[in-house]
Design a protein around this ligand. Structure first.
Ligand SMILES: [Mg+2]
Length: 121
């Protein structure tokens, strides 16, 4: 059965970069959200197995998205994919349920091993 993935990033360029970096053997169905609010809206009606979450977004940042999903008890494997991830943000993201982090620009091998480490690939 195909895994459902939501890519949350305000940059279309980043979303496309992430899609291109997905392991070809990964059986996945991809949805995209271009803002935190849009992501929360999707998650109201859809259950995603995996979420890739940007931190820096204009309307609502990734940390706020994590908080909101946590408050709803939303169950998903959430990975932060962001350009610069400060130690303090990392700590908050982990507290709020993120599983792991990947820096942009994406390294395909690192993405693959992160997914394997968390048994989604
Ligand atoms: Mg961004």
């Amino acid at each position: 059965m195909s895994i459902s993935l939501l890519i949350v990033d305000d940059s279309e360029f980043s979303r496309n970069m992430i899609k291109r970096a997905l392991p070809p053997q990964w059986d996945v169905t991809v949805d995209e959200a271009s803002s935190g609010l849009e992501a929360l809206d999707y998650c109201k009606s859809l259950q995603f197995d995996v979420i890739f979450l940007d931190l820096t977004m204009p309307d609502m940042d990734g940390l706020d998205v994590l908080k909101a999903l946590g408050e709803r008890g939303y169950q998903s494997k959430i990975f932060v994919i962001s350009a610069d991830i400060q130690a303090s943000s990392k700590e908050i993201a982990l507290e709020r349920g993120a599983l792991d982090f990947l820096a942009k620009p994406i390294n395909v091998d690192k993405l693959t091993s992160m997914l394997q480490n968390h048994e989604v690939l």
